[in-house]
Design a protein around this ligand. Structure first.
Ligand SMILES: *Cc1c(COP(=O)(O)O)cnc(C)c1O
Ligand code: SF4
Length: 460
């Protein structure tokens, strides 16, 4: 399928937008139509394709032509950001898929095998679904999560895809057609009802997928009503997106780009804080002229752009890359916000970086930037109990420990209390850490278990 969202419109304002103004999408089904792949060795193409049968794959012409450096493939970080890599499947998984592919298995067999393999990849980490879904009366509100007091997450149903897919995405289960693994909301009514009834909520965070795949008029349907009386408490509107990387034309030359900017401007003028929460993994995403034009246009509306993204092996596990990315962001008027630890889902064995190493990279990058870029908090794990930050590694009473704290927590009372885990060079996630000083449990553990039991969730 070819989606054409931007043909025959006024001349794009910046060089680089000219050829790319046409939004052409490639998924696994269009594999053979991607010209750049033809230069790769057959063996690699076959293995990549096997992965693409299991994990979501989607790329567009702009990413192919302007972001990926094909002279540097397969090492290019932006190639690895979107293209499935052979090592993303474990050897037994790769073997199973190749066997079917080589035998010319029919689609049903491939789909069945892929589904089985996905189950091995922890498609829904941290019990998100049952534990965080808010209610009005008895009714569970689909497409919403309310985990931290101040902030409601909303997943609009039209925003459950992205302009391209990140190969490491923890939302990947939402993209592979598993209906029961989706959380998406069909309509705005529930959102507004819930917000109106919860005056303690100050922030709405639209997320996806990528809400910026929606037409402006759909986005407006969620946002515009918040300007009416009764929603004064919803002061901060955040929109999570990677469109600034994958399709900056959304803000520059798409048919409704100007409408989008006017919508943001109206929200700002009405007194809302509008934050575009931009997902970035590498400074190279900030280089194309059209990307910079998009940033400039968004900032012109009075909206703030904040940047966040995970640290990933093979893509950005390098202090110099982070330092340069943060410096470039500050230069372009973007506020660095979070550095995340990659979640415990999908091809984690490929992307995973131990906490100790992740913290070292964070520290070394921080040491190279000015205070304006030190607003990036982290490394932060979005785990079941909350966002846990690795503050550092030190020695206390003769024991090497991680110093940790909650940046956000299911119980606000846990926030900002330092706690300690026994140092473990290999640990890569909260559930692999054990308390320091011979203690049996972390301070929050009993209470958290009780919350899970109350919500009927085994492990979260
Ligand atoms: C990160 C996150 C938020 C926002 O937290 P902030 O610290 O305010 O940025 C809200 N809800 C969920 C579920 C989150 O993971
Ligand atoms: S843009 Fe975000 S939601 Fe979309 S694939 Fe990338 S990480 Fe996942």
């Amino acid at each position: 399928m070819t989606m054409v969202a931007g043909l025959d419109r006024r001349a794009p304002a910046v060089p680089g937008a000219v050829d790319a103004a046409r939004y052409r999408v490639f998924t696994e089904r269009h594999w053979d139509q991607i010209p750049q792949l033809r230069a790769l060795p057959e063996e690699q193409r076959e293995a990549m394709r096997a992965v693409a049968k299991v994990l979501p794959f989607r790329v567009n012409q702009f990413v192919l032509d302007e972001l990926i450096d094909w002279d540097n493939v397969p090492d290019d970080p932006l190639f690895r950001l979107v293209f499935p890599q052979p090592e993303m499947l474990l050897p037994h998984q790769m073997e199973a898929m190749l066997k079917l592919l080589r035998a010319g298995a029919d689609n049903a067999a491939l789909v069945a095998q892929a589904r089985m393999l996905r189950e091995e990849l922890n498609p829904h980490p941290a019990g998100q679904q049952a534990l965080n879904v808010p209610r009005v009366g008895e009714q569970m509100l689909e497409g919403m999560q309310h985990k931290y007091n101040e902030t409601v997450l909303f997943f609009p149903s039209q925003g459950q895809t992205c302009h391209a897919y990140c190969s490491f995405c923890f939302r990947w289960a939402q993209f592979v057609g598993d209906k029961e693994l989706r959380f998406a909301a069909n309509e705005a009514g529930h959102l507004h009802e819930y917000l109106a009834g919860n005056p303690r909520v100050s922030d709405l965070l639209l997320t996806g997928g990528d809400p910026m795949v929606m037409k402006t008029r759909n986005l407006a349907q969620y946002l515009e009503p918040l300007l009416a009386p009764g929603f004064e408490h919803v002061q901060n509107i955040r929109i999570g997106t990677k469109a600034l990387t994958f399709w900056p034309q959304r803000f520059v030359s798409d048919a409704d780009a100007d409408d989008l900017l006017r919508l943001l401007e109206r929200m700002v003028d009405a007194g809302k804080h509008v934050a575009v929460m931009a997902h970035y993994n590498h400074w190279r995403e900030l280089e194309p002229a059209v990307s910079r034009e998009a940033i400039r246009r968004i900032r012109d509306t009075g909206a703030v752009i904040r940047a966040q993204g995970p640290l990933l092996s093979h893509i950005n596990d390098d202090a110099g890359v982070w330092a340069r990315m943060w410096r470039t962001q500050v230069h372009l008027g973007i506020v660095p916000y979070y550095l995340f630890v990659e979640r415990d889902t999908g091809a984690r064995h490929y992307f995973e970086v131990p906490l100790a190493r992740t913290w070292e990279i964070y520290r070394d990058a921080m040491q190279q930037v000015s205070g304006l870029a030190r607003t990036a908090r982290g490394p932060s794990m979005s785990a079941g109990p909350g966002k846990v930050e690795v503050q550092g590694v030190t020695e206390v009473a003769g024991e090497k420990v991680f110093v940790l704290r909650f940046i956000q927590a299911r119980n606000a009372d846990w926030v900002q209390r330092p706690f300690f885990a026994h140092y473990d060079e290999k640990a890569a996630w909260l559930d692999q850490l054990r308390p320091a000083f011979g203690e049996e449990k972390f301070f929050f553990q009993d209470e958290y278990q009780a919350m899970c039991r109350a919500a009927g969730v085994e492990r979260a």
